[in-house]
Design a protein around this ligand. Structure first.
Ligand SMILES: Cc1ncc(COP(=O)(O)OP(=O)(O)O)c(N)n1
Ligand code: 3NM
Ligand code: MG
Length: 213
């Protein structure tokens, strides 16, 4: 299964839709992966949201990743967890999860990417690739030269995240990203399914597939 279009749900940006509704629109538009990300929910409420997103993604055949919370990911039957540099160390997670459980890791440069992969990461995300208004503490964009350096450094799937939309997704893919992770470009749109469909078509086209109409 691929990582072309990776959509992250967001209670604030998601236009009043529940996480499961956002996930449903994302997979309707062709999202390959959905991540549940909510910094405010109590663990039991996050687990309830995760179970609802699990049902939607399972029905669509999409991967389901939970942000930050390994215990919620495991309890909800998610496919994996996404860990940042300040979260649970990837090696500690790898030691306790099933072998097919996906561990994604945020990285800011090639050295962090190499360390993440040596520690057990299944994919890495260059965070943030461009500046973003969707995460207050994301910091400045790392840029496409850093993306190329990470691409050259590690063999695992590489995502770009932060500030990516229809206008720049092509150059991101051509610089070496296997996929893009987005919030505002999909769940922030009124027609979120249509926005996902367009992003997916642009990614496929940039990889040399069918040109979108
Ligand atoms: C796909 C993906 N990439 C990066 C992040 C950011 O993770 P992190 O640095 O831990 O920040 P928070 O999202 O937890 O605020 C992500 N969630 N997903
Ligand atoms: C959740 C997240 N993590 C980031 C990082 O750089 O680690 S940027 C980000 C938000 C991405 O939102 P948008 O697609 O609207 O820019
Ligand atoms: Mg995190």
């Amino acid at each position: 299964m691929g990582y072309d279009l990776y959509v992250i749900t967001d209670a604030g940006i998601g236009r009043g839709r529940s996480h499961a509704e956002q996930a449903g629109l994302a997979v309707e538009g062709g999202a390959d992966v959905v991540q549940l990300r909510d910094k405010a929910l109590a663990p039991r409420d996050l687990l309830a949201a995760a179970r609802a997103v699990r049902a939607v993604t399972r029905a669509a055949g999409a991967l389901f990743i939970v942000n930050d919370h390994l215990e919620v990911a495991l309890s909800a039957g998610a496919d994996g967890v996404h860990l940042g540099q300040g979260d649970l160390p990837v090696a500690a997670a790898r030691a306790v999860v099933p072998s097919d459980f996906i561990l994604g890791v945020s990285v800011g440069n090639a050295a962090e990417a190499v360390l993440a992969v040596e520690s057990g990461a299944d994919y890495v995300a260059l965070s943030p690739t461009f500046s973003t208004g969707s995460k207050a503490d994301a910091g400045p964009g790392r840029g496409l030269d850093t993306l190329r350096a990470v691409r050259a450094a590690v063999p695992v799937p590489l995502l770009a995240i932060g500030g990516i939309g229809p206008a720049n997704v092509g150059e991101v893919v051509r610089a070496g990203a296997d996929g893009v992770a987005v919030i505002s470009a999909v769940v922030g749109q009124e027609d979120a399914a249509g926005a996902a469909r367009r992003m997916k078509a642009l990614i496929v086209a940039a990889k040399g597939g069918e040109v979108p109409c």
